[in-house]
Design a protein around this ligand. Structure first.
Ligand code: CTP
Ligand code: MG
Length: 181
């Protein structure tokens, strides 16, 4: 297979639990803000867009999808999420990290005075990737270094914003997102 296509497939495969987490949080949404409506200075701590329900549904969907991927689809691809029971840690990092990065990005956006949904290019598209990589680096470092070669990392950084813009546009069109980014 063409090495570039192979790298792209590995990149998407490894990041799928993270992508599913982020997309599911937006798809299901929620009502109970994590920051309980608290302000820090003039702005909300996180904002109405970060809810407990979105966080839990996003995490659960990504984590469960990763288990499905690992148990039922890993024979089709050389790379996997690690051995039992360690792959559960890997999947935890990939999905919980997505929600962590998303929350951190909203925290930073609010500190810059950006309202909920205001665009912050690249941060909006890569916050969940950064969170997943941070948790992997802290909790599953050996696996992270082995699975994410430099070319896979570059592929993720290029592909993710494109995939994110595309799926967000669809969510916007079907009324699941207030803004198309
Ligand atoms: N969402 C949620 N809970 C989360 C994360 C996301 O309910 N923990 C839902 C919200 O409905 C949110 C949508 O997913 O509006 C899209 O998420 P995101 O783009 O991260 O939020 P924004 O509304 O754009 O807000 P922000 O400016 O804080 O990024
Ligand atoms: Mg956003």
């Amino acid at each position: 297979m063409n090495p570039i296509i192979e790298t792209v497939i590995v990149a998407i495969w490894l990041m799928l639990p993270t992508y599913i987490t982020n997309a599911s949080a937006a798809f299901f949404g929620g009502k109970t803000p994590i920051d309980s409506g608290i302000f820090w200075g003039k702005n909300r701590l996180l904002g109405e867009g970060k809810t407990y329900e979105g966080l839990l549904k996003g995490f659960s969907c990504g984590f469960l999808f990763g288990i499905f991927q690992h148990l039922f689809l890993s024979e089709y691809i050389e790379i996997n999420f690690g051995l039992f029971p360690f792959f559960l840690v890997t999947l935890f990092c990939l999905s919980a990290g997505a929600m962590l990065g998303d929350v951190l990005a909203s925290f930073i956006k609010r500190r810059f005075g950006l309202k909920r949904g205001a665009p912050l290019p690249l941060v909006d598209q890569l916050d969940f990737v950064g969170g997943a990589w941070l948790l992997l680096f802290l909790l599953a470092r050996d696996w992270f270094i082995e699975a994410f070669s430099l070319d896979v990392i570059i592929a993720v950084i290029i592909i993710t914003p494109l995939l994110h813009l595309f799926t967000n546009y669809i969510c916007f069109k079907i009324g699941k997102k207030r803004v198309p980014w």
